[in-house]
Design a protein around this ligand. Structure first.
Ligand code: ADP
Ligand code: MG
Length: 260
């Protein structure tokens, strides 16, 4: 049997402040798949990620977002999150005054509650999160610090990976999870993503880096331009872009042309 579809974006157009940013975009992701979106700065990648997560600042002009066979086009972000959409931000926010472990327990328990499943007391949660930390090789001292406050770029990204692993969402969207990382940190993040990926979840990764794609071997690599996906290829796409540049990709809405 074919894998069920987890995300279907149909003919989506989105604007902010009267400016159209996403233009008739189509995207289909099945359970168990890893997709990558590449594209020049300003092509609308982060906007797409935020629109899937339900960011209220963006106005949907046209089209539909179907998640797990339900139309979520007008759904609240909190409900989308409870339904199984996780977004790791390009620029993770700092929350001064809130300890990381309290924050993590709140988001975990809120999801458990929404699913009518058991919420965890601080002690049992500590045990759970401690195992997650070990999995991703993160020091326990990060639990008692305020959320992302004073974290280095790499540590903030690792904290996003921790949240992804903790929530174990059906669809995890990682917006430039690799930006600002040194080679070792990049390898480690890629390793963590590979360990997390399985046949029951799906991952959408936004990246500029061929290295991450080489480590992760996604099923599909899409190229976005002016709010549209203009090309879909396999994991070799990144290498071709590296060689030829984004401007080499000209086919729009036609059958997929070979890049070389
Ligand atoms: P990418 O992530 O591909 O670099 P973005 O999705 O961040 O691109 O941005 C796409 C375009 O939308 C850019 O021109 C950006 O200036 C514009 N944009 C995004 N968010 C806003 C906003 N809140 N207000 C005004 N313009 C925005
Ligand atoms: Mg972006």
């Amino acid at each position: 049997m074919k894998n069920p579809s987890i995300l279907e974006i149909k003919d989506l157009s989105v604007s902010i402040k009267e400016e159209k940013i996403i233009n008739n975009l189509n995207l289909s992701i099945k359970t168990g798949e890893i997709h990558v979106i590449m594209g020049k700065n300003g092509s609308g990648k982060s906007t797409l990620a935020k629109v899937i997560a339900g960011h209220p600042a963006y106005k949907i002009i046209q089209g539909k977002i179907i998640f797990n066979n339900q139309d979520i086009t007008n759904e609240d972000p909190e409900i989308r999150s409870h339904m199984g959409i996780f977004l790791a931000f390009q620029y993770p926010i700092e929350i001064p005054g809130v300890s990381n472990i309290d924050f993590l327990r709140i988001i975990y328990n809120s999801k458990q509650k929404a699913k009518n499943q058991k919420e965890l007391d601080p002690l049992s949660f500590f045990e759970l999160i401690n195992n997650k930390l070990k999995e991703i090789n993160m020091d326990t001292s990060f639990l008692n610090r305020h959320v992302n406050e004073g974290f280095s770029g790499g540590e903030k990204k690792k904290n996003e990976i921790l949240q992804m692993s903790l929530l174990n969402s059906k669809l995890s969207i990682l917006d430039e999870i690799d930006s600002g990382l040194d080679v070792d940190a990049l390898k480690s993040v890629a390793h963590n993503i590979n360990c997390f990926a399985n046949s029951t979840n799906s991952i959408l990764i936004i990246t500029h880096y061929q290295k991450l794609i080489d480590y992760i071997k996604p099923n599909y690599v899409h190229v976005m331009k002016e709010g549209k996906i203009i090309y879909t290829g396999d994991s070799d796409t990144a290498a071709k872009i590296e060689e030829h540049g984004y401007d080499h990709i000209r086919n729009i809405n036609k059958s997929i042309a070979d890049l070389t």
